[in-house]
Design a protein around this ligand. Structure first.
Ligand code: SF4
Length: 418
């Protein structure tokens, strides 16, 4: 039995289901794919493929996909990536600013906080924004540790100072944990805090502090951090206040694949309710210089492997298809070469130029803290994709556009995202 999946007229991209096996080659050039069938699944179930195309991948589907031959899984995710966004790969010119590394938190995975660490003054923050502005950044990403007496005015003060000096720059700032902390220390509701932050100039929020959204993991990993329902409340309240967020998952420590998949399902549910998530960013755990990582390494459990990283990217593209359009790969955590390979496993965005990075670096990432636009474009063209600079909200009109010359491609199928 042969069945064409996708658009039968698009011979470049449709694939076929033939004799109970799924082939991801262009129809005209289909050749059998060989794999170690006694260990791996020999095919992806046709109904599972159709559910994925319709945005209905289940937890069981995702678990089943983990047994698929990796390159088959990657190819499947890559086909969905093409349907979602075409061959455009985006990046943002931005700067990270971590305004303090002091923190009252007790996260067991943290290598960033320091007892006698720094607190940047408003002038120091503005000097960093000035540098970013001069370098053409459209965004500053501002986050920090939890200062014991940090009330709402600390956060609104930073926003107002930056906005007054640089009204055009987009402020992407403050994790759900920082919002929760500001509410707690100021005796205000989450919604009151979010509303004040928005009035003071907050554009969007990073969906960090998510780690793994399973409370049994959080109680061990970050016992003082907000719980899953609280994280969800901050993020959905942000969306209803008109503040969009990214979404993240820090994986590769004490969680299982089931936990990872359930985490992604929670994010998908949020997105179905609010539509406020701009992207998903999988972040592999860095096991150096922190207590959880030290224990793992003593037990012979090191950082995530490249294959597992790529499987997370592929699975996220499949689970989020028709819901979250953009999957961002982290060059800081993965390294530039594996981040480029992730573009063939479902990812379509390389994140930001950053200019400085200290959180992953403190935990052992050694892939640099800054990347130029030229190098981003080199990486993207080297993957035979079309580089485009974007804004925080993924607008690409009027931004940098370097085409691939004689390989014009369309930009995916925006209509599949309602
Ligand atoms: S991860 Fe963030 S909240 Fe947790 S201890 Fe480190 S700086 Fe504090």
């Amino acid at each position: 039995m042969m069945k064409v999946i996708g658009d039968p007229d698009d011979k470049e991209r449709s694939f076929i289901y033939l004799d109970n096996a799924l082939y991801f080659e262009p129809i005209e050039h289909t050749i059998p794919i060989h794999w170690s069938g006694h260990i791996m699944m020999s095919k992806i179930d046709e109904e599972l493929v159709e559910r994925a195309y319709n945005g209905k991948t289940s937890i069981d589907d995702a678990l089943l996909l983990l047994d698929t031959e990796p390159f088959e899984l990657f190819r499947f995710a890559d086909n969905l990536r093409y349907e979602a966004v075409g061959d455009i790969t985006t990046y943002v010119v931005n700067r990270n600013i971590n305004f303090t590394n002091r923190c009252v938190g007790t996260c067991g995975f943290c290598a960033f906080k320091e007892k006698n660490g720094y607190i940047l003054s408003t002038e120091e923050i503005l000097a960093k924004v000035e540098e970013a502005h001069k370098a053409g950044a459209t965004e500053v990403c501002i986050q920090g540790g939890l200062l014991p007496n940090a009330g709402l005015e600390l956060y609104t003060g930073i926003l107002e100072a930056v906005k007054e000096a640089y009204p055009s720059i987009h402020i992407h700032a403050f994790s759900p944990m920082e919002v929760y902390h500001a509410a707690r220390t100021s005796d205000l509701s989450i919604r009151q805090v979010l509303s004040e932050l928005k009035k003071s100039g907050l554009g969007t929020m990073p969906g960090t502090a998510a780690e793994i959204l399973c409370d049994h993991v959080r109680r061990e990993l970050c016992p003082d951090k907000l719980l899953t329902a609280e994280w969800r409340d901050v993020v959905t309240s942000a969306h209803s206040t008109g503040i969009r967020t990214t979404s993240t998952m820090m994986y590769g420590h004490i969680e299982s694949w089931q936990d990872r998949i359930e985490h992604m399902m929670i994010l998908r549910d949020i997105q179905k309710d609010t539509g406020g998530i701009t992207e998903f960013v999988p972040l592999p755990f860095m096991p150096y210089n922190n207590p959880i990582g030290k224990k793992m390494i003593e037990e012979g459990h090191y950082a995530t492997t490249g294959i597992d990283d790529l499987k997370v990217y592929a699975l996220s593209r499949i689970i989020f298809h028709r819901h979250i359009k953009n999957i961002q790969t982290s060059w800081v955590k993965l390294g530039k070469k594996l981040a480029q390979v992730a573009l063939y496993c479902g990812a379509n965005d390389l994140g930001g130029t950053l200019m400085e990075e200290s959180i992953s670096t403190a935990a052992g990432a050694n892939n640099g803290t800054s990347i130029s636009v030229q190098e981003f474009e080199w990486m993207i063209k080297g993957a035979n994709r079309i580089p485009k600079q974007r804004t925080t909200l993924y607008e690409i009109d009027n931004m940098r556009d370097t085409s691939l010359g004689n390989r014009p491609r369309e930009a995916g199928n925006a209509a599949i995202y309602s």
